[in-house]
Design a protein around this ligand. Sequence first.
Ligand SMILES: [Zn+2]
Length: 119
Amino acid sequence: MTDSDTTDRPERAAYETRVPPGESPAACPYCGRPLESDRLLVLHEGLDHWERLDDDRREAFRETYAGETDDLRTFRLKMLGLLVVLYFAFLFVYSYVLEDPYSSTNAALVVFGLLSRSR
Ligand SMILES: [Zn+2]
């Protein structure tokens, strides 16, 4: 974050929120914006009110931001794995439907046949 980014955003923006009865969401002490959790409050303060934070809150923001970055990296890896699985699932379906003799399904059957014959 550069010094030119430290000006606060317009603080009178309207936020549409629905708070279930009995719930007490965290509210930003600087702009009053309601947030779902304390973790989101720390992130909001660090992004929108950096200049007003003391060192403890800044350190809390850094730790929370790093944790958020790790969570995002994990999510991206999971989505990449899902894409790979989907790719091969569609590839197997495609080769099965076309009855391609060189498809990976038939290749696997040939390998299993060779393995069982060698015993
Ligand atoms: Zn705020």
